[in-house]
Design a protein around this ligand. Structure first.
Ligand code: FES
Ligand SMILES: [Fe+2]
Length: 366
């Protein structure tokens, strides 16, 4: 390997079940992980059931309007409590097995057919998980004593805090989609972090983000990490336009830009003039990752009778399908015993940064 190149992770780090388990323990069970938009918990009792690493977590809005998160596990005999996200109709959480109930603050409040004297209910609340919101985006941490979320965001991502100026909390969820890809989550992150593949893999995308035609991700002429969209473009669509209003908080420069951020370990943020796309990675196995994609728009767009985000969603799905295909191809390749390590070029530097963070997390765990 020439001295300018830097090594990727080892092949087994992309394919080994044991290392996958270590990833969950060292990264997903320790770090703040993105779980979804807080507007999905609009009403008292609404719930979000999310997988964080190997754990199922229940996020709820309580009677005071505050968000709470718990392990989704009954204190009686361990049954999982809630199966799916949605409205809780303001009611307590009742276990489907023996109908023990918990308040929205996690207290055990009813134990049918088990006399009150048999147990001290106050001693068996649901196990609590840290949850915090930033700009309408919910993160949970399974760590015992996580740092404040905003400190972590500052440390984990160069760009994300600068998006505060866009007031992402006022945007509305217009579409929610899911996808699955037969590749390790780290391959997806590395693919997101570089654009050397863009000219070859994304012929449509490079039409609207000309910087990517050269495989660059950072516009050297800008200090905000953004890239100019093609002349006349303001949307993440095939022709760069959409029947959607521009996000009201954007400057004329923001409107004509593609802004993006990766928040370690599991969130991609992609912003153009008319949409914000939040992609959450959900690792499922050494060679499988699910995505949940939240499409956000200006509130007036989502509220309008003729709201139609399909131009944005179709284009995003096209680009994602192209990315998924090369990630699956890479997963098949790195699963070969002939693959020891690959290499990162200078313009893959964000991939290198990611792998160093990842290795540090694994070392801290062991
Ligand atoms: S396991 Fe939940 S009530 Fe029995
Ligand atoms: Fe790509």
């Amino acid at each position: 390997m020439s001295t300018a190149m830097k090594p990727t992770l080892r092949g087994e780090e992309y394919r080994s079940p044991a290392i996958y388990d270590a990833d969950l323990e060292g990264v997903f069970h320790r770090r703040w992980c993105y779980v979804g938009r807080s507007e999905r918990l609009a009403h008292v009792g609404d719930r979000l059931v999310v997988d964080v690493g190997a754990e199922s977590v229940l996020v709820l809005r309580n009677r005071d309007g505050d968000l709470q998160a718990y392990y989704n596990v009954c204190r009686h005999r361990g049954s999982q409590l809630c199966d799916a996200s949605g409205s809780g109709f303001g009611a307590a959480i009742t276990c489907p097995y023996h109908a023990w109930s918990y308040s929205l603050d996690g207290e055990l409040v009813a134990t049918p057919n088990v006399a009150k004297e048999e147990l001290d209910r106050m001693a068996f609340p649901l196990h609590r998980v840290a949850v915090e919101s930033w700009q309408g985006m919910l993160f949970v941490s399974l760590a015992n004593d996580p740092p404040p979320l905003v400190d972590w965001l500052a440390e984990s991502s160069d760009e994300i805090l600068s998006f505060e100026r866009l007031q992402l909390d006022r945007l509305r969820l217009g579409r929610l989609e899911t996808s699955t890809v037969a590749a390790n989550w780290k391959i997806l992150v590395e693919n997101y972090a570089e654009c050397l593949h863009c000219p070859q893999v994304h012929p449509e995308l490079v039409e609207i983000i000309p910087l990517h035609q050269q495989g660059d991700v950072i516009d050297e002429g800008r200090d905000d990490g953004g890239a100019w969209l093609a002349e006349g473009a303001n949307s993440f669509t095939a022709d760069g336009t959409a029947p959607l209003p521009v996000i009201a908080t954007m400057t004329p420069g923001d409107e004509r830009s593609y802004l993006s951020a990766f928040v370690y370990p599991n969130l991609f943020v992609d912003i153009t003039g008319t949409s914000v796309i939040l992609t959450r990675l959900i690792p499922r196995g050494p060679a499988r990752t699910d995505y949940e994609i939240e499409y956000l728009f200006e509130p007036s767009a989502v509220e309008s009778d003729d709201f139609d985000p399909s131009a944005v969603c179709d284009f995003s799905n096209l680009v994602m399908a192209q990315d998924n295909a090369v990630c699956e191809r890479t997963q098949r390749g790195v699963s070969s015993r002939s693959f020891d390590r690959g290499m990162f070029a200078a313009r893959d530097s964000l991939c290198w940064d990611f792998t160093q963070q990842y290795l540090a997390d694994l070392a801290a765990e062991s």
